[in-house]
Design a protein around this ligand. Structure first.
Ligand SMILES: *Cc1c(COP(=O)(O)O)cnc(C)c1O
Length: 445
């Protein structure tokens, strides 16, 4: 008998040629102008984003064509492989079939290039000369630096200080792709100076870095800002992940029972799950369960309030209706920098409110245990962020096994962890701690 395949590949010609827009199927409250509290107009957003991006951000078209130039860049690393995690299944002794979609094969090592490339492309089309952005762990800054270099744009990255210091090699990647990188909060912006006065020892946060990047863009010529998560157009671009996964599962006659993804602002999760949610919404696939896994130290979905809040700390962005811990919330310095964000993307939040998505939260030590098990079984070192999805999938598999059920669990392995070795060194050295959300203090183990 032939050995069943562990890797399900698609050919180049099967890269999706359209993005799927969940906003067509799931009405979501619009962003508001912070002054008037009326729906933000394209005009309101034009200081920050070029018109072609704003058009996508506000679109309720179900399908949007992917430009040829973007498809050409996608072909550097797409379609990405879908793996059957047979060795992980064996290690768990589970009745579940576990699959993972691996986005770590991209140039920057995560799913973030899926939106970095179209964002840089549209900015170039609109005549922009430089993009500014924030980055947590450095994945987004690296992805945007890669994309900006491709289209001849300058790229300025405000990197959350705790990561700037703890993940120096991501900064090197950004510099190699021509990006300039500053530890945020900086003294280059009013927002940064304001925060340093109030909190001189701050580790920084994504919210603070966004304020700095937005201020830089708004106050400079031919400069716009790019966001790596949260907003509708980012979720849209990421939909290539789920569309490919659907084809890959179909090609082996498989059907997903549970989808799992980690959530910071929600984009890799949205990328995997939104194309499947269309079928859940239409009733074609009512029983599909969709699970979002977040850090217990920054539990936006499970502990946040669903209300209008700013996307950044200083209140420079439009108000977004989302699950939020408050725009001035600064999470503890957990090693999943990409998940240290106070809010959840409006479309993901709206899917949670509609009962389409379940949220769970997990502690970082358990996440690193799951990463170690995954590495041992499957041979890939995951990004700590992705480890949240691994742990979520393992929990689901254990539950299926305990209940004597069979089924397919598919999770998104959003990135590799080769540039997160300092975090793994802390884990190996027994230095990692869990944090209590209510007190912000380390939990004694
Ligand atoms: C940025 C990042 C995340 C979190 O961001 P989302 O928008 O929630 O996907 C997760 N995994 C990796 C590898 C990342 O780089």
């Amino acid at each position: 008998m032939p050995r069943p395949a562990d890797v399900i590949h698609l050919s180049r010609t099967e890269i999706p040629t359209r993005w799927y827009n969940l906003a067509a199927d799931l009405p979501t409250p619009p962003p508001l102008h912070p002054g008037t509290r009326q729906p933000a107009t394209a005009q309101d957003m034009s200081a920050i984003f070029p018109d072609n991006i704003i058009e996508q951000e506000m679109s309720t078209e179900r399908w949007i064509d992917i430009p040829e130039e973007v498809l050409d860049a996608y072909a550097i690393w797409r379609p990405t492989p879908l793996f059957r995690a047979r060795r992980l299944e064996a290690a768990l002794g589970t009745t579940a079939r576990i699959y993972y979609k691996y986005e770590g094969v991209s140039p920057a090592g995560s799913h973030k290039t899926n939106t970095a490339v179209p964002q840089a492309y549209y900015n170039k089309q609109a005549g922009v000369k430089r993009m500014t952005t924030e980055t947590g762990a450095g994945q987004w800054g690296a992805a945007l630096s890669f994309a900006c270099q491709r289209y001849g744009l300058g790229c300025t990255v405000y990197m959350v200080r705790v990561s700037y210091e703890g993940k120096p090699y991501r900064r090197t990647m950004m510099n190699m792709w021509g990006g300039e990188v500053f530890a945020s909060p900086t003294d280059r912006t009013k927002a940064g100076r304001h925060i340093r006065e109030r909190m001189p020892d701050t580790l920084g946060s994504l919210g603070i870095a966004i304020s700095e990047a937005v201020e830089d863009a708004v106050s400079s010529e031919d400069t716009k800002y790019g966001l790596g998560s949260v907003l509708n157009h980012v979720m849209l671009h990421q939909s290539v992940i789920g569309q490919e996964t659907q084809k890959q599962l179909e090609s082996i006659g498989e059907k997903a029972d549970v989808l799992v993804g980690c959530v910071g602002g929600g984009s890799n999760f949205a990328g995997l799950t939104f194309p499947f949610l269309a079928d859940k919404i239409s009733g074609k696939d009512k029983d599909l369960r969709v699970v979002a896994v977040e850090p217990s130290a920054c539990p936006t979905i499970t502990r946040g309030r669903y209300e209008y809040d700013f996307g950044d700390t200083e209140g420079l962005t439009p108000l977004l209706k989302m699950h939020t811990l408050g725009h001035d919330f600064v999470p503890p310095g957990i090693h999943s920098g990409g998940l240290r964000y106070h809010g959840m993307g409006p479309l993901v939040s709206s899917a949670v409110e509609a009962g389409l998505v379940e949220g769970i939260s997990v502690h970082q030590l358990q996440v690193f245990d799951a990463c170690k098990l995954f590495l041992t079984a499957e041979g890939i070192l995951p990004a700590p962020e992705s480890g949240h999805a691994i742990l979520g999938a393992i929990e689901e598999a254990k539950r299926m096994t305990a209940e004597g059920r069979k089924g397919a669990i598919v999770f998104n392995l959003s990135g590799h962890g080769f540039l997160d070795l300092a975090a793994y060194q802390s884990y190996v050295g027994g230095e990692l701690v869990n944090y209590d959300f209510d007190t912000g203090a380390p939990i004694p183990s």
